[in-house]
Design a binder for this molecule. Structure first.
Ligand code: UGA
Length: 465
């Protein structure tokens, strides 16, 4: 099928490349010329494992191209909108400037029967507001949220754990879920540009999306057709749940800290209950990135607009617990040097908000590094992928590419992004041969505390004795 993807950031670039890799003819469109140049040359403008390979293949095969010219969307059957929805500068709500601009820019190039599939994370109600503009052009708007994780984005896009398509005009409770590949078999015969009397535009759009995602649908990936509001909410509810799960265990870490309990053992023990599950119960310095923090704030802001602020008021608490963990990590470093932080050499292992990413948006790692510097510490930051981004945002910090060089002469080591280079490949003995002090603060509870202690280190975990 012919597809356009508007917005070529973390979401759109991966979506475009992944859709080309499953055989579609894809044009990716973005206003940023530098990004488009890189993508056109088969280069990923950010670190995402597997993406460069897909870009090179698609560009070479000729079924993947990138442009800044919106008119090239003309002729595509489905137009995916994957632009950013950052937090507003002066508030918690989502900034929809880019979504509105993408839709407005696209409208002149839509043909009757085209599908516009929103993928951006938006406040519930956004799609219903946008739909009439798209319908005026004879096209159909659906909302098709994205659940990819940075670092696993390619895999998550090609082989997602569920597909959700919100369509207009679906009466309450009439959503469908298909778990077998059967729905995909007759799709091509039903794929017609004009709608029949039996087929409303929403159902037709859902059929077309099934065809877009054919490989995943054929292998039985759950495909849920909902109304627009539900699809928008699925996305923010999922991120709100994940954020809540992390802050829950971090709240337990706070209790563990005053009782001598060990939050990692606690997480292991409750995680054995399949109703709870161990994933996303990693206590530590907390969550960051371009999604979880801003999504829970935007959700709370939207609930307030809807007169339901009390329904998600717990999200303010989730946010507050999360931000306290950053302070806690800093306090642990200061306590490790008995309060005498001025001039102390602190090596911060990690700058990205999580491993396998060079994304530093709202990174707890950099937040801690900046605070420590503010307290007078001599801070050196290292990261396998994120140093360039970090340096642009926080030029006042020292950056060293090489892990061992960064560790040389350190009084305290603070691990904040659990890259394998730090968590698995750095032995406490080797680290001790480089540093001046033997103080390690494990902001991700990912080191073997007993091994580090046995090698002569004072080990400080988060929510651990
Ligand atoms: C998150 C969601 O997991 C995706 O499903 C969603 O599609 C995406 O946001 C989005 O909205 O686009 P992502 O931001 O890539 O994905 O990162 P996560 O893997 O969710 O991690 C978020 C943060 O939580 C990281 O800072 C990570 O270190 C932290 N985290 C994660 C913990 O502190 N503890 C854990 O146990 C797990």
């Amino acid at each position: 099928m012919k597809l356009s993807v508007i917005g070529c950031g973390y979401l759109g670039a991966v979506h475009a490349a992944a859709m080309a890799s499953i055989g579609h003819d894809v044009v990716g469109i973005d206003v940023n010329e530098r990004k488009i140049e890189a993508l056109s040359a088969g280069q990923a403008p950010f670190f995402e494992p597997g993406l460069p390979e897909l870009l090179t293949q698609g560009v070479a095969a000729g079924n993947l191209r990138f442009t800044t010219d919106m008119s090239e969307a003309h002729g595509a059957d489905v137009h995916f909108v994957g632009v950013g929805t950052p937090q507003q500068k002066d508030g918690y709500a989502a900034d929809l400037t880019y979504v509105n601009a993408a839709i407005d820019g696209l409208l002149p190039y839509l043909r009757p029967g085209d599908i516009v599939a929103g993928k951006s994370t938006v406040p519930v109600g956004t799609a219903a507001e946008l739909a009439p503009r798209v319908e005026d052009a004879g096209a159909t708007l659906v909302w098709n949220p994205e659940f990819l994780r940075e670092g696993w984005a390619v895999q998550d896009t090609i082989d997602p754990d569920r597909l959700v398509v919100g369509v207009a005009g679906l009466s309450a409770g009439s959503g469908t879920q298909e778990e077998s590949g059967s729905g995909s078999q007759d799709v091509s015969s039903r794929f017609a540009r004009s709608t029949t009397e039996r087929e409303d535009p929403g159902q037709r759009a859902a059929e077309i999306l099934r065809r877009v995602y054919h490989p995943a649908v054929a292998k039985g990936t759950p495909f849920l057709v909902t109304d627009l509001a539900t699809a928008e909410l699925v996305k923010v509810a999922a991120n709100a749940f994940l954020a809540t799960k992390i802050s829950f265990i971090n709240a337990m870490a706070e209790i563990a800290e005053v009782t001598g309990a060990d939050v990692t053992q606690l997480a292991d023990a409750i995680g054995h209950d399949v109703r709870i599950g161990r994933r996303f119960l990693g206590a530590g310095i907390g969550f960051g990135g371009g999604c979880l923090p801003k999504d829970i704030r935007a959700f709370a802001a939207r609930a307030e607009e809807l007169g339901r602020s009390e329904s998600v008021s717990f999200l303010r608490e989730v946010d507050a617990i999360n931000l306290r963990r950053r302070e806690r990590a800093v306090t642990l470093v200061v306590d490790a040097v008995q309060g005498d932080i001025v001039g102390k050499k602190v090596t911060v292992l990690g700058a990205a908000f999580k491993p396998h990413s060079d994304d530093i948006r709202d990174s707890p790692a950099l937040d801690a590094a900046v605070r420590l510097r503010g307290l007078g510490a001599d801070v050196t930051v290292t990261d396998p992928e994120a140093i360039d981004n970090a340096r642009r945002q926080h030029p006042q910090l020292n950056y060293v590419d090489d892990r061992d060089e960064a560790l040389r002469g350190a009084d305290v080591v603070l691990l904040v992004t659990e890259w394998d280079e730090y968590r698995r490949q750095l032995s406490p003995e080797h680290a001790a041969s480089l540093t001046a002090g033997r103080l390690v603060v494990d902001g991700r509870n990912c080191l073997d505390a007993s091994a580090w202690r046995a090698a002569g280190w004072q080990y400080f975990g988060m929510g651990r004795p």
